[in-house]
Ligand binder design. Structure first.
Ligand SMILES: Cc1ncc(COP(=O)(O)O)c(C=O)c1O
Length: 477
């Protein structure tokens, strides 16, 4: 107890002296009070003050010499202009001062205006796309998996392979091969901090300022942001109820890559038919363009096996397959993965190392364990009554949408499109959605494939922030 108190007092004294040195109150070369005098003044033991001075000397704030007075070290002071009555420095946090000091990438990111987006307060009817119900998280399973990972903690704690640890990637490889028919080696798999990091890496490594990037219209705005940050020119290609209209691709200007959500078009929900998948791959081969396949929620297909991925159809090595644990576990884990064409593995591995070395070992280990045990399918819980969630009736509203031809076997975010404003929410009049009660996201209910005009109008009216809609075929937000 006494020791704690002593440590607290010496920490306080250390902080006080350091602050005075830093703000110029004690100028460089100034003589500090003797330890004896300071101890008496503060009612401390001399030993405590001696320790503080030793620490300040070790940190380079003061010079001490045996038998001589301690002095403030040269260069330790950061005098504030205001102490000398000079004009205060320009506000480094003001927009202009700040922007002037940014790189071109920094300026483009600042111009996106998305820096202050924090968590949104839950509203009475919450159609926001992205959050999952906390109660759906498989807490016990997750804790068990984490505990198992921690038990295997090696004696030497070193950095991992930037792609992630081998065991987790092996588990993921099995999972992807079984559930998505992906054919790849473990070397091609890279575990990343959410699919957003995958998009960011792709943008930084594949796009130069001014390069064209084909995106879906409407499409996933967070992907657009990643490309725009690198100076890409977005080339918006309309989607219809089947997803990207690939017959329009021949008319687009030169593009370095195309970003698509073929298995569940975001946000309209179309499933890209095999003919269009092949057309997209042919286009990419002709244009020598990369394709990013964002397979963000195919686990939410129930009655039908998800369509063959572009990655599994790709014979030329131009598809980068991206997936996430944000839908099966939690967006807060910040965990996703990429399956890279062999030609890109080394470069992406180096970039991941530069970015953040690798994803957190325990988190990737936990997710890998769940993947290995086939526990990544959405849990079978009903959330029709979730108090803060969207009403389950949202799906019925979607089913009543014009052009709807039958129940969509997947659950997803469609309701979000209709629900983000009050008008749209009023459309949710029908009874509870029953066609997919087992889904953890039944509360967000079924996403139909809708005629693009109706859907796009709804999207633009609601102004929902999760997607971008191209205006006049040029921009996507
Ligand atoms: C199209 C799309 N891709 C990916 C994600 C997931 O992103 P992340 O893995 O960065 O959480 C989402 C989440 O809403 C999405 O809508």
């Amino acid at each position: 107890m006494a020791e704690d108190k002593r440590r607290g007092l010496s920490r306080a004294l250390y902080g006080e002296i350091r602050a005075r040195i830093a703000d110029g109150t004690y100028a460089a070369g100034a003589v500090l009070p003797s330890t004896r005098a300071l101890a008496a003044e503060r009612g401390l033991s001399r030993g405590t003050v001696l320790l503080v001075y030793e620490q300040l000397a070790a940190d380079g704030f003061i010079d001490t010499q045996p038998g001589a007075a301690s002095k403030v070290a040269a260069g330790a002071t950061i005098p504030l202009a205001r102490n000398r009555g000079a004009k205060p420095p320009p506000d480094r946090h003001s927009d202009e001062g700040h922007k002037g000091r940014l790189s071109a990438v920094g300026r483009r990111i600042a111009a996106l205006g998305i820096g202050d987006a924090g968590p949104t307060a839950p509203s009475e009817i919450d159609f926001l796309y992205g959050p999952l119900a906390g109660g759906d998280f498989p807490t016990l399973t997750w804790m068990k998996a984490l505990r198992a990972v921690e038990r295997q903690r090696p004696t030497r704690l070193e950095y991992e392979d930037p792609r992630g640890n081998l065991e987790s990637r092996r588990a993921l490889q099995g999972h992807l091969s079984q559930t998505r028919g992906l054919s790849c080696t473990v070397d091609q798999i890279m575990i990343v901090n959410g699919s957003q990091q995958a998009l960011d890496l792709c943008a930084r490594l594949l796009i130069d300022p001014g390069d064209g990037v084909v995106v879906e219209n409407p499409g996933y705005r967070m992907a657009h942001h990643a490309f725009e940050a690198c100076g890409a020119k977005l080339i918006c290609v309309d989607v219809d109820e089947h997803g990207l209209q690939t017959d329009r691709l021949d008319d687009v200007p030169p593009a370095q890559l195309a970003y698509v959500t073929p298995t569940h078009q975001f946000p309209l929900g179309g499933l890209l038919p095999i003919g269009r998948r092949r057309a997209l791959l042919d286009w990419a081969a002709r244009r020598r363009a990369w394709i990013i396949e964002d397979d963000y929620d195919s686990e939410y297909r129930y009655s039908v096996r998800p369509e063959a991925t572009l990655q599994s159809l790709d014979s030329r090595g131009c598809v980068i397959h991206v997936g996430t644990f944000s839908k099966t576990l939690s967006p807060q884990l910040r965990l996703g993965y990429m399956v890279l064409p062999s030609a890109l593995v080394a470069t992406f591995t180096a970039a991941k190392r530069v970015a953040d070395r690798h994803a957190a070992t325990s988190v990737q280990g936990g997710a890998g364990a769940l993947a290995g045990r086939r526990q990544l399918r959405p849990s079978c819980q009903t959330h029709a009554q979730a108090p803060t969630g969207a009403p389950a009736c949202a799906g019925r509203r979607a089913e009543q949408a014009p052009g709807r031809t039958g129940p969509d076997p997947r659950c997803g975010q469609w309701a979000a499109l209709g629900g983000v404003d009050r008008d749209a929410a009023r459309l949710c009049r029908a009874g509870p959605c029953t066609s997919c009660p087992q889904s953890r996201r039944a509360r967000l209910s079924h996403r139909p494939a809708l005629p693009s005009k109706w859907a796009t109008e709804t999207v633009s009216k609601t102004g929902w922030s999760g997607h971008g809609v191209c205006a006049a075929g040029t921009r996507c937000d």
